[in-house]
Unconditional design. Structure first.
Length: 297
């Protein structure tokens, strides 16, 4: 396909990989921040009828404003169709009101993005009680890809006899896909969360003694769940514990906390730029964009 990919400076690496894989011309959005925090953006002077925008939503709040400004400005300048490639999609955790008055941010942000873009492509969105991304973003083409097969191939090469372990029930969907792809055994822990940084975990009733364990999940943010699961697995006799995660957020000291728990290797996709990146989501996105293009979308 041909066209223009708009990106921001902090995502240059992934943007260039995606542009090359998809046959797009990569053009950077110029961004200036005023002392009071307001943003001034500058788009290319000439825009095509069909536009692809790359923006991951880790540290999302400013980036959501960037997307609003870019999409509305592009529409005003005659762009007919805008596709958002959003490697990490934020605000998906809150899919229901757990207490009276709570905002269901998944519905709000999903509707916001659906109102700006004709199609949204993402990787492993954190959907728990919702069946599909299309249910979150009504009115636009919503496509959820998965990094689990990419990570499974890597794990199969580096830990061919590993037991894949999901650190909690929500990880079951990713660990099962990875296990099936790599032909590996898998099991899932049970978790009870007492706060953002306090969790209790119970190991599954499978023998871990003498096994190489790889913890598999969609996102590592605080790292506490992974750290607790790693310590328990090692206490149960695992000879090694590694981590494979799609989105390496690792806020604050999270990476160090996971390593201090005894984790050896940490492997992630480049959906979020991080020192642990080992596989790229760019070819997968390029294929999805090509299918959208061929389908007349």
């Amino acid at each position: 396909m041909t066209g223009v990919l708009l990106y921001f400076e902090d995502e240059t690496g992934l943007a260039l990989r995606l542009a090359e894989a998809a046959g797009l011309e990569a053009r950077r959005v110029e961004c200036h921040r005023f002392p009071d925090g307001e943003l001034r953006l500058r788009l290319p002077e000439v825009l095509p009828q069909n536009l692809v925008v790359l923006r991951g939503l880790q540290l999302p709040n400013d980036k959501l404003i960037e997307l609003l400004l870019v999409a509305r400005s592009a529409r005003q300048r005659g762009v007919h169709r805008i596709v958002l490639v959003c490697p990490y999609l934020a605000y998906m955790r809150q899919d229901m009101a757990f207490a009276p008055g709570e905002v269901v941010s998944q519905q709000v942000i999903g509707g916001f993005l659906a109102g700006l873009f004709d199609a949204v492509l993402t990787v492993d969105p954190h959907l728990h009680r919702v069946s599909s991304l299309a249910a979150v973003m009504p009115g636009c083409q919503a496509i959820a890809l998965s990094g689990a097969p990419l990570l499974a191939e890597l794990v199969g090469e580096r830990r061919p006899d590993a037991l894949l372990l999901g650190p909690d029930g929500e990880s079951a969907q990713w660990v099962s896909v990875a296990a099936a792809h790599a032909g590996l055994d898998h099991a899932v822990c049970t978790k009870v969360r007492h706060g953002d940084c306090e969790v209790a975990i119970e190991l599954p009733r499978v023998p871990l003694a003498g096994r190489k364990v790889v913890l598999v999940d969609d996102v590592a943010s605080s790292g506490h769940t992974l750290a607790v699961a790693a310590r328990l697995a090692l206490q149960a006799g695992a000879v090694s514990v590694d981590v494979a995660v799609t989105h390496a957020l690792f806020a604050g000291a999270a990476l160090q906390n996971v390593q201090d728990a005894g984790v050896g290797e940490i492997w992630s996709t480049d959906s979020v730029a991080h020192s642990t990146n080992v596989v790229s989501v760019a070819p997968m996105f390029a294929c999805a964009l090509d299918q959208l293009h061929r389908g007349g979308g």
